[in-house]
Design a protein around this ligand. Structure first.
Ligand code: GAL
Length: 386
């Protein structure tokens, strides 16, 4: 699809208050066509952004016009200003080999990339479903590259943390877990089944072969430790799992968050020492109300708050589903909420919702609908705060 950049980009004269000089900032217009620097609608869905040496890299699913299956792979776009994105091409490609885990036509979703300074490598994790098996495989995949623009080389895909229980389970919880018996629950969605799910019915079912890992994100903490956060246990419970120092393996240390809460599409950030997580409910491609959680430590306890969204369509996350929260480089208190407005009938036409996060006086994030805004918004916020 070709579009003139004029459709999306409107120049606004904004005053950069922090540097007291007139600057031109381009607007971000959520839900509209977002042309790259060549005029093509950006094709990077379910994505995330990595900042590295002065440049932002936006990685996401390449979507075709007629299918949500992965026919191409993971795309990357680069930018220094968060509005003009250069297409860096396919940085991780599906394989022309049906015996490969990443065979063309598989489902490859929500890729995220982090930089590992210990070995100077870029590590990509993604949700993988094997070709022809619908969403049954529920695997995490990992690939590694020497450069932010790839190519990324596939390492493996698997269910995760086989043989490990959440390290924070109390003796009482382990005792209850031990009594769970899947054969008692022929029927789903009954009260006793829901209780058993909370106690770890599916955790137990998958203990030996590894836990399901679908919608996912990555988070690197200030101490350089990386975490994989994913929808597990039949999309009923989120897990936060520690990655090894090279970011390529799970260490076996993980916790469950909001057991039985049916959350997916997790996105995590840290502000003033508090961890915040935004997630969605499980309604497939259709939008639902965003969920907000916070914790003082990454391992929890995680507390649920009301939705952070405010304004028209706030109850359906402005027609979007969370995918990432982007800290704006070098700026305090500046975070961008990234979501996808899916179009399953024409997947490549899926739209992006990018909105600034502001913090209420008690520190709770608020995401207000704005059809158009520019990065100057954060200057205004910091002036208000002074
Ligand atoms: C969504 C999920 C997407 C995709 C879709 C398939 O709920 O967040 O990443 O998996 O379901 O229906």
């Amino acid at each position: 699809m070709k579009f003139g950049t004029g459709i999306w980009v409107v120049l606004v004269a904004g005053v950069c208050l922090s540097c007291s000089r007139q600057q031109e900032m381009k607007e971000i217009r959520s839900g509209e066509i977002w042309p790259d620097t060549e005029g093509n609608h950006i094709n990077a869905h379910g994505g995330g952004v990595m900042y590295h040496e002065g440049t932002y890299y936006w990685y996401g699913e390449h979507k075709s016009d007629t299918t949500c299956n992965a026919m191409v792979g993971v795309m990357c776009y680069s930018s220094t200003n968060l509005t003009d994105w250069k297409n860096e091409g396919v940085v991780f490609s599906v394989a022309d080999d049906d015996s490969s885990d990443i065979a063309r036509g598989c489902i490859l979703e929500r890729p995220k990339v982090v930089y590992n300074s210990r070995n100077d490598k870029f590590v990509m994790w993604f949700h993988l479903e094997l070709k022809g098996q619908g969403y049954a495989a529920a695997r995490a995949g990992v690939a590694v590259g020497d450069s932010p623009v790839g190519p990324f080389h596939f390492l493996r895909s698997e269910r995760v943390n086989a043989g490990c229980l959440p390290f924070d389970m109390s003796q009482e919880e382990v005792a209850l877990f031990d009594t769970l018996d899947g054969s008692h629950f022929k029927e789903w969605w009954t009260r006793p089944w829901e209780q058993a799910v909370k106690e770890g019915l599916f955790l137990k079912r998958d203990l030996e072969d590894g836990q399901m890992a679908r919608d996912m994100t990555l988070f690197v903490d200030d101490d350089g430790k990386a975490y994989h956060i994913y929808a597990s246990e039949e999309n009923l419970t989120l897990h936060i799992a520690e990655l090894s120092n090279d970011y390529r393996w799970h260490t076996g240390r993980f916790v469950r968050v909001a057991a039985g809460g049916m959350n997916e599409a997790p996105a995590l950030f840290k502000h003033d020492g508090t961890y915040w997580m935004i997630a969605s409910g499980c309604t497939g491609w259709a939008p639902n109300e965003a969920r907000l959680f916070s914790a003082k430590r990454i391992w929890g306890p995680w507390i649920q708050h009301p939705t952070p969204c405010v304004g028209p369509d706030a109850e359906i996350t402005f027609k979007g589903q969370s995918t990432y929260i982007l800290p704006v480089a070098g700026r305090r208190d500046a975070y961008i909420f990234m979501a996808d407005s899916w179009r399953p009938e024409h997947p490549s036409d899926g739209r992006y919702i990018w909105l600034p996060i502001r913090f209420s006086p008690d520190g709770t994030p608020v995401i207000e609908w704005m059809p158009a805004w520019s990065l100057n918004y954060f200057d205004k916020l910091s002036v208000e705060k002074q």
